[in-house]
Write a protein of this length. Structure first.
Ligand SMILES: [Zn+2]
Length: 104
């Protein structure tokens, strides 16, 4: 699932750029926030090992898609794994939550 806002693409590019800079200047290996494995910043986002954007507070929980402080990088496959686990957990939550309270 991609971002809803085209600006989120720019934010992802910015995050990758930041990670690349840290790697070049300080030798900081970019790591996936989910599995802590190394991220290959040169892979395209659609590649399973490529860098995808993660949100600390998920968008459907009201997280800000465009707040850099709410974002980080993970593998595309880890993003899917996280998403799947999250969905499974939500299915287990018995009481359906009202969705109308969301502020748009
Ligand atoms: Zn990972």
């Amino acid at each position: 699932m991609g971002g809803r806002d085209p600006r989120s693409r720019a934010l992802r590019a910015w995050l990758i750029d930041q990670a690349r800079r840290l790697l070049q200047s300080d030798g900081v290996i970019p790591r996936c926030r989910y599995c802590a494995g190394e991220l290959d910043l040169d892979l395209p986002g659609r590649h399973s090992d490529g860098p995808a954007m993660d949100h600390d507070l998920a968008l459907y929980d009201g997280g800000d898609e465009l707040d850099p402080a709410n974002c980080g990088l993970l593998h595309t496959r880890c993003n899917s794994a996280k998403e799947n686990r999250r969905r499974a957990e939500r299915r287990l939550e018995a009481a359906p939550k009202p969705t109308a309270s969301r502020v748009w």
